[in-house]
Design a protein around this ligand. Structure first.
Ligand code: SOE
Length: 409
């Protein structure tokens, strides 16, 4: 419910009888980077937003007993499990939150839905289209039993990105002509960075493409309000051998090495696409953009105006109103921190700004509302499957190289 007055970060009077809200008991699988981010989301969401259910951090799960107990203690989970099957079998868990590498998403999600749990699954939904199809089908069936399943494309939940969606839907850009997206990181530039699970196809499905490309495919389609109709792609693996990671499999953590192993995923993907409406799109996903840390940038150009967003300046949106006289027109900065902007009525006063972690709070908020209302959450497993199909099309196009025309020397 939207309050008439903003309640800065829960400082106002909560609406309704808080004590009477039924609990939503969460069991989370995985406790590395995404596990920490989701924990922040679940821990914070009920303090900031008025929710119909009360999230409870019931159990966290990971294979290493000592590490998972330490994670439970650090992130505020009541209990710990070392086998996800035990977590899924518990009747005091209502929702299973999957924060593991892609090779386990399908198995855990299918078991959780079959056991009557709601599911939140990290992106990309799966490692293959076949797995994603099974997951989307199971989610659709489970929905008839009152269960909700959501995929974690958290960048939709940056207030500026959500506001950009609203502006496009209002028609402020008119007919879209261009969608230009890049997602640039640089943590693989050093060739001595070890071979972590993200660099192995059997664990991660693909490389920059599934990790970063999935985000920008989802965001581009979400902002444009329509799916891609086709793609043409190039992918590359720049460093094909890397030191073996000794023991630790953390995605971004440097660890000691013993020998080398083959990188079996793409390091970078560059592709173009066409929306059904005819708008053209370009995409770049790489971990080799020296100096770029988490630069997700998107620009949309339409007949009536343009919008640009940069995740490294995530409280801002750049907007050009093409209907203004040329003498006065130009890109202007909208500071997306007003209570009337998405999610911001519950946070801090204008200008105080949010960050990366708040996207996980908003994701939790939206999922709790969908569960309470019996609605299919967005992005749904069907949306995750559609992104998986785009990822597969990109790989297929890159493999065939069919539209790539070499220049004569
Ligand atoms: C690593 O490249 C990573 O953590 C991704 O896996 C996340 O999805 C992205 O949000 C930030 O970078």
């Amino acid at each position: 419910a939207e309050s008439e007055q903003p309640r800065w970060a829960g400082f106002g009077e909560p609406e309704g009888a808080v004590a009477e809200r039924p609990p939503l008991r969460i069991g989370m699988v995985g406790y590395a980077f995404m596990g920490a981010a989701h924990s922040q989301g679940w821990r914070t969401v009920g303090r900031v937003f008025d929710l119909p259910l009360r999230p409870v951090l019931a159990a966290i799960c990971g294979r290493d007993a000592a590490a998972v107990h330490a994670a439970a203690d650090r992130h505020g989970w009541a209990t710990a499990e070392t086998d996800w099957r035990d977590l899924v079998a518990r009747d005091d868990i209502d929702l299973v939150d999957i924060c593991t590498p892609g090779d386990t998403h399908a198995e855990i999600a299918l078991a959780a839905l079959a056991a009557g749990k709601h599911v939140l699954c990290e992106k990309p939904l799966a490692n293959t289209v076949e797995e994603a199809e099974a997951m989307a089908e199971a989610a659709a069936t489970a929905h008839e039993r009152g269960l909700s399943a959501m995929v974690g494309f958290n960048y939709r939940r940056v207030p500026a990105a959500a506001f950009a969606r609203r502006m496009v839907a209002e028609g402020r850009l008119g007919t879209l002509r261009h969608v230009r997206v890049t997602y640039l990181q640089d943590w693989l530039v050093d060739p001595s960075f070890p071979l972590t699970w993200r660099l192995r196809r059997e664990r991660a499905g693909s490389g920059s493409l599934g990790d970063l490309g999935a985000h920008i495919i989802d965001l581009a389609q979400h902002l444009a309000g329509e799916p891609l109709a086709g793609v043409s792609a190039l992918t590359e693996t720049f460093v094909r051998e890397r030191p073996l990671a000794g023991g630790v499999t953390g995605g971004l953590s440097a660890v000691s090495a013993a020998g080398t192993g083959a990188v079996t995923v793409d390091d970078a993907a560059v592709f173009t696409g066409r929306f059904a409406s005819g708008a053209l799109a370009s995409f770049e996903a790489t971990r080799y953009a020296t100096g770029r840390k988490n630069a997700l940038r998107i620009e949309l150009n339409g007949e009536r105006g343009s919008l640009a967003f940069d995740l490294e300046r995530l409280n801002e949106l750049s907007y050009h109103d093409g209907t203004e006289p040329g003498t006065h027109a130009g890109f202007r900065r909208i500071l997306v921190t007003e209570p009337d902007h998405p999610y911001l009525d519950a946070w801090w006063p204008p200008g105080h700004g949010l960050g990366y972690e708040h996207t996980f709070v908003h994701q939790a908020r939206d999922l709790v509302h969908a569960i309470a209302a019996g609605r299919t959450p967005e992005p749904s497993f069907a949306d995750g499957l559609q992104v998986q199909r785009v990822l597969a099309a990109v790989e297929d196009s890159a493999r065939k190289n069919s539209l790539y025309t070499p220049i004569a020397v």
